[in-house]
Design a protein around this ligand. Sequence first.
Ligand SMILES: NC(=O)c1ccc[n+]([C@@H]2O[C@H](COP(=O)([O-])OP(=O)(O)OC[C@H]3O[C@@H](n4cnc5c(N)ncnc54)[C@H](OP(=O)(O)O)[C@@H]3O)[C@@H](O)[C@H]2O)c1
Length: 319
Amino acid sequence: MDLHLLSSLYSLVAFFCVARLVLSVISIWTKISYKYALSKWIFQQKDLVKKYGSWAVVIGSSDGIGKSLAKELAKRGMNIVLISNEEEKLKSVSADIESECSVQTIVIYADFSKTEEEYEKIFTVIDGLDVGILVNNAGTACGLPYLFENMSRQQIWTMMLVNMGAATVMTHYILPKMISKGKGLIANMASTSSFAPTPYASLYAASKTFILSFSESLRHELKGTGVDVQVIHPFFVDTRVAENSKAPTLPKVLYPSADKYAKSLSTMIGEDDITAGYLPHQIQFAISQSLPRCVQIWMAADFMAVRDFRKEQQSRKDR
Ligand SMILES: NC(=O)c1ccc[n+]([C@@H]2O[C@H](COP(=O)([O-])OP(=O)(O)OC[C@H]3O[C@@H](n4cnc5c(N)ncnc54)[C@H](OP(=O)(O)O)[C@@H]3O)[C@@H](O)[C@H]2O)c1
């Protein structure tokens, strides 16, 4: 083939590839900014009580994102059931919400690392309530980063029971009630680590992948019932969960406080099937998803801990 023709052909292909990339970046960017702009001016004005019901049950609401989100939902007129395993902290969150938001709260002390009895306690209290939103937020990172083989059996059970068990059992209890009312929202707290394996947080990331898969299957099963299932997947937020990773070295805009994150997230509640809940995290997510999976895993490992974490742990043991 004529050399000149071949080089023109290559240039044309290269032009189309670059144009496609630019168009997809513009399209993602437009979609994201449009959603978050709408969230501020339109979604936030929606009446959650009318749409779903008068009570929101937030599990894991004594601290971090759950505590801040409970307050944001209360600001939108919802009564709140606060559940966690620290009674004193819960009482103070409850007092704070009631004094600032003029809504009712109920405090339930329950340890999700235990089984049936704890749930019975919860179900007895919330049985007669018009629960419109269930936020399955309780979670523990068991002090990540860790090497899986160094986790104790107790830590393994705690992580599985709190991160997966609580959301599963709570959803199983609440769903029939929501279906019979023909409305409701289950908002499940996943993580960006739901989307790619995360070395040095292997079980944590796997528990979050469970939440993602469980929620997406349920959403499909629930089509036509009026009940929505939403997945929330933050990147790093400044709470106990992230404190031992490299997240604290990130710029503040990428590592927001729980209050800042929850303020943004609350405007997206019930609006998108899957949301990062916070614009900078949504952009980070779009970029990370466009990378090859091996790069995503490499970056996740780097964020969780130094890459020679195993060697470091070994030399600590040897000292
Ligand atoms: N922070 C992040 O960077 C990040 C990123 C992605 C996803 N997430 C997810 O976001 C959710 C909230 O975490 P967070 O960052 O806000 O962390 P956090 O401040 O540690 O809050 C975790 C909440 O879960 C509760 N909880 C933990 N173990 C429990 C148990 N055994 N029984 C009952 N409640 C229990 C805690 O209650 P106590 O205070 O009583 O222990 C607390 O209210 C978690 O599902 C987490 O995996 C966080």
